[in-house]
Design a protein around this ligand. Structure first.
Ligand SMILES: [Fe+2]
Length: 171
């Protein structure tokens, strides 16, 4: 319930909040959404997006929120089939008109919508934009496979080869 509410509020308010920060109402919605999301993942933990974000912070001092954003589209696409039920529920929560479509369609719509939102953010979109080079990718992939604490919660198992492929996609 908390996660769905957070997704709905973030989907509606994030772009307005970052493109024009003057609206107190929009920023209040984002603060509340952040609180709800935090309450949700205090119970559920987080998955691969956050795991992949950590080496970016540790090695390159990329802020954690930005690190997550850089990895989010790639991990969502990677997880799509394995997380179809969850992503379909989230898709229907932000697009009520998807109520009658199949889980596969609703899940894909969720991932497409989040990727589209991330692409509109006025900050770095790729690892190369934050000072990372192609030769760094293997080290990042090696580091992330040690973050089992979070990777165990990911809907799909991530092999060392997957880890390198995901950082390469984000590069
Ligand atoms: Fe995190």
């Amino acid at each position: 319930m908390l996660a769905i509410k957070a997704v709905q509020m973030i989907f509606k308010n994030l772009l307005p909040a970052v493109t024009d920060g003057r609206s107190v109402e929009v920023r209040e919605q984002m603060l509340l959404a952040s609180l709800y999301a935090g309450m949700a993942f205090s119970n559920s933990s987080v998955g691969a997006v956050h795991a992949f974000a950590y080496p970016l912070g540790v090695r390159f001092h990329v802020p954690h929120g930005l690190s997550n954003s850089l990895m989010l589209p790639h991990i969502l696409r990677f997880n799509l089939e394995a997380a179809e039920v969850t992503y379909a529920a989230l898709g229907r929560s932000i697009h009520p008109e998807l109520a009658a479509v199949s889980g596969k369609v609703a899940a894909k719509a969720f991932v497409d919508s989040i990727c589209d939102l991330v692409s509109k953010m006025p900050y770095a979109q790729r690892l190369r934009d934050v000072g990372i080079t192609q030769t760094d990718l293997a080290g990042l992939a090696s580091d992330v496979t040690k973050i089992e604490r979070l990777l165990v919660h990911n809907p799909k198992e991530i092999t060392p080869e997957d880890a390198l492929a995901l950082y390469t996609m984000a590069f």
